[in-house]
Design a protein around this ligand. Structure first.
Ligand code: SF4
Length: 295
């Protein structure tokens, strides 16, 4: 089922068609310009599991395909930014000399990989890149950046003590960021890119490397720099997975979704897909229907 309603800035709902009609705004003062509203109003119709669904639970995918739901235009802002970035970087003016994306289109029905280009340093092989627009929180997670407090030392190597405040006399500390691969999480993107890779390789384009090219939405802000993200863009390497693991993952997700279509039920998304429940509390557009279904 499609998205049928918008959630207005006062949190009331309005039918999308009503909102988009002439003088249709229930508040008589549009929250966003019409082109933006039109652009965020629609989701792609479900036509099977696609590579980018790796981070979504079966319940979310099935509910979005079968129930009416409402969209908060404000919450779609970064999706629009991402679409804009893709459109710009896919412009033939910039993709000059880059391979056609056509071979993969039929493979995944509604999705294509962003960029496949010849590997200048590995003859006959290709680099697969996906463009992303992430916030710094997600970049930190993808890179496994952690923070810890370390003591500030004076010129003689002795800890500097705080001279005032409630912690007077205690050692002064600063934040240190460090990378720990054990915390790095690019699971969804790894599955997605490996799925694309398999499509290309089956068409005779061996892939030497995969990576994300990320534009960091809050890059350059002092708060972001303090979190250890010091650039506005970043390339994140994606590991190669065994083909069987990729197939098993997508087959299982498809099996669960297909079964939900048949029996009208599938269990709630797991901790990973629901971000330990945070997604259900404010970031999931089908959460109302999901609650009605129970566990
Ligand atoms: S509310 Fe949570 S469990 Fe339910 S579909 Fe959304 S993300 Fe999944």
């Amino acid at each position: 089922m499609p998205a049928t309603h918008f959630i207005c800035s006062d949190k009331e709902k309005i039918e999308i068609s009503q909102c988009l009609s002439m003088r249709g705004c229930r508040l008589n003062d549009r929250c966003c310009p019409m082109p933006y509203l039109r652009a965020v109003a629609f989701d792609r119709e479900y036509r099977g599991i696609s590579p980018s669904m790796a981070g979504n639970g079966a319940r979310l995918i099935w509910l979005k395909a079968t129930t009416d739901y409402a969209i908060d235009p404000d919450k779609r802002a970064f999706a629009i930014l991402g679409v804009g970035t893709h459109a710009k970087l896919s412009n033939p003016m910039y993709t000059h000399n880059v391979l056609s994306e056509e071979p993969l289109r039929e493979e995944t029905r509604q999705e294509i990989a962003d960029l496949l280009e010849e590997d200048e340093y590995s003859s006959g092989r290709y680099i697969l890149t996906d463009f992303k627009s992430f916030g710094s929180f997600k970049v930190r997670r993808a890179l496994g950046i952690q923070s810890r407090k370390i003591p500030v030392l004076d010129n003689y190597g002795n800890p500097v003590l705080l001279k005032s405040g409630p912690n007077k006399g205690r050692p002064k500390t600063i934040n240190e960021n460090f990378q720990d691969q054990d915390f790095a999480d690019v699971r969804n993107e790894t599955l997605q890119l490996n799925r694309y890779r398999m499509g290309f390789e089956s068409k005779g384009f061996p892939v030497s490397k995969m990576c994300l090219f990320v534009i960091i939405r809050d890059g350059g802000l002092q708060a972001t720099i303090n979190q250890g993200i010091t650039t506005n863009t970043i390339k994140i390497p994606i590991p190669r997975l065994p083909d069987e693991n990729v197939i098993t993952f997508y087959d299982e997700l498809e099996r669960q979704v297909n079964n939900a279509f048949k029996v009208g039920y599938v269990h709630k998304c797991g901790d990973y897909e629901s971000w330990n429940g945070r997604r259900c509390d404010g970031y999931c557009e089908v959460s109302e229907k999901c609650k009605e279904l129970g566990p």
